[in-house]
Design a protein around this ligand. Structure first.
Ligand code: FAD
Length: 501
């Protein structure tokens, strides 16, 4: 209700936020979670909660008039995207000048739209990226805890070896291995028992039915089924969906006062509320958390926030590319949407790359091998607050993406040379073989130990915390969800022990 006070508020409901909500709830602290996206639990007219990738409707994207899929064309034709009605759909694409960022919107954040790949980073790289964090505690305790809570599992290699749904992956893996590269299975939060039942015809198809970036109707253990369900079960946590925080202030008693806009599905304002809390956790994602803090600092609402807020952003070296296979190497009409294998060449000092073998579930034979490469790109961008637009603007140039492109090119040139194959130039617009202008893994903006102390407490204030991907300085070398979760577990444990006495 308007003017209400709660002990703790969590902004957002992705990984960092969900961990915070559960651990606060377990500690007996009454907590309100504010999420701007929808609660995705009710079927639409077609009986499904989410739409598919091949027939997207208004549920697909966040207030767009046309879908903006990562692969926009095939044979340079705009056959992928569809006109849609503006609606609070589950996937957003935020377009800055030289970089577009995909994020999830809804109760569960990115877990609703992502591939669920749950990879623990290499310890030496983790130590280099976050030297202030006790790596022994992370690898002994918090990574295993995160994996257990997230219900991480791995595909049965026998199922993988036989099923037509992973032909695309076997073809790409064999080619990488023939070129002397190492491949590894990648764990995931998609329930592989469910996937095997899908293949056998005993369960409704989701991963095997072309669903992922616009939501999975079955099979995926997204946060609403894990951390957030456990948080609600404590009885101390409530989640308010379609509630967007637009401003943060501090009152004379040191409570945080939030401006919160509750909107309907047509985006009409139902109510603008003022909510106060003692402890405030920002889990709105790298972009969302950074924007709220920059606005608070630069409008003078929280003037003592560190100058480092806004700095240290990177796309986790994301570069997408695709190769054209020979006619005798079809990649399969049927493709699971969940990648389960990666090429691991992180030991190559010339070009450190960890590349997922990604599906292209087009429903037709394409002979395409698609990859999402994670590269060790040292470039960093930063956000500034544009007062006139009341928005955070990302300062990142296409030149800054080039070290990542060069590393990816070195890996895939090697595979092409070995097999006499070439790149596909028709998938990303503009005759480009490498998509260097969008990412799935935004990291940083409120870097741990720079804008915050060693546990995510914002410098300059008390009882104010960043708890999500904004803490990680731009790169982690693998898909980031497990690291975000484990880091939040570690930080919350310390914060609950010290700040709630
Ligand atoms: P998020 O998960 O981004 O959640 C933030 C939430 O806060 C969102 O729900 C948002 O709506 C809400 N929010 C933002 N601003 C406000 C506000 N002002 N008020 C209220 N609510 C707000 N990672 C992996 O590890 N493995 C993968 O396989 C993988 N695949 C991906 C595929 C896609 C298509 C995408 C988009 C991402 C993928 N990722 C993957 C990345 C991963 O999903 C993100 O790194 C992760 O979700 C970030 O977690 P977070 O806690 O920082 O916040």
């Amino acid at each position: 209700a308007n003017g209400a006070h709660v002990p703790a508020v969590v902004i957002g409901s992705g990984y960092g936020a969900a961990v915070s909500a559960l651990r606060l709830g377990e500690a007996g602290i009454t907590t309100t979670v504010l999420e701007m996206g929808r609660l995705w639990n009710e079927p639409g007219a077609d009986g499904k909660v989410f739409c598919t990738m091949t027939a997207p409707d208004e549920r697909s994207m966040w207030f767009k008039r046309r879908t903006e899929a990562p692969l926009s064309t095939l044979l340079w034709l705009d056959v992928v995207n569809r006109n849609i009605d503006p609606y609070p759909g589950v996937l957003d694409r935020i377009n800055y000048d030289d970089m577009s960022v995909y994020v999830g919107r809804g109760v569960g954040g990115g877990s609703l739209v992502n591939g669920g790949m749950a990879v623990v980073p290499r310890r030496d790289y983790f130590e280099a990226v976050l030297p202030g964090v006790d790596a022994a505690a992370m690898y002994d305790r918090y990574f295993p805890l995160a994996q257990a809570e997230l219900q991480v599992n791995t595909i049965d290699p026998e199922f993988y070896a036989k099923t037509e749904y992973y032909r695309f992956s076997r073809v790409a893996a064999a080619q990488a291995e023939a070129a002397g590269l190492k491949t590894v299975f990648v764990p995931d939060v998609y329930d592989f028992d469910h996937m095997e039942r899908e293949a056998a015809g005993d369960a409704e198809k989701s991963a095997l039915g072309g669903e992922v970036i616009y939501g999975n109707n079955h099979g995926k253990m997204s946060l609403d089924k894990t951390y957030l369900a456990s948080a609600l079960a404590t009885g101390n946590v409530t989640i308010a969906s379609r509630h967007q925080v637009t401003a943060i202030e501090i009152d004379a008693d040191g409570n945080y006062a939030l401006t919160v806009e509750h909107r309907d599905d047509a985006n009409e304002l139902i109510e603008s509320k003022r909510l106060t809390c003692r402890h405030l956790f920002l889990g709105a994602g790298s972009l969302g958390t950074t924007e709220l803090l920059l606005r608070a600092r630069d409008t003078g609402a929280l003037p003592d926030l560190d100058e480092a807020v806004g700095a240290g952003w990177g796309p986790n070296g994301n570069v997408m590319t695709a190769r054209a296979n020979h006619l005798w190497n079809p990649t399969g009409l049927k493709q699971s949407t969940i990648p389960v294998m990666g090429i691991d060449d992180w030991d190559n000092p010339e070009a450190r790359v960890f590349a997922e073998l990604a599906p292209l579930p087009a429903g037709i034979e394409t002979w395409i091998s698609l990859y999402l490469a994670i590269t060790d790109n040292p470039e960093r961008g930063h956000f500034t607050y544009d007062a006139a637009a009341d928005k955070a603007v990302l300062n990142w140039s296409l030149e800054q993406a080039q070290p990542g492109v060069a590393a990816a090119k070195s890996m895939f040139d090697r595979i092409n040379r070995k097999h006499g194959t070439s790149y596909r130039y028709d998938l990303f617009g503009d005759d480009r073989a490498f998509a260097d202008d969008f990412c799935y893994h935004p990291l940083g903006g409120c870097v741990l130990g720079e804008a915050t102390d060693a546990y995510g407490r914002l410098n300059g204030y008390e009882r104010l915390y960043a708890t999500d991907s904004s803490l990680i300085p731009g790169s982690i070398g693998v898909n980031p969800l497990v690291t975000i979760t484990a880091l939040a577990e570690r930080n919350l444990e310390a914060i609950l022990a010290a700040d709630f006495a």
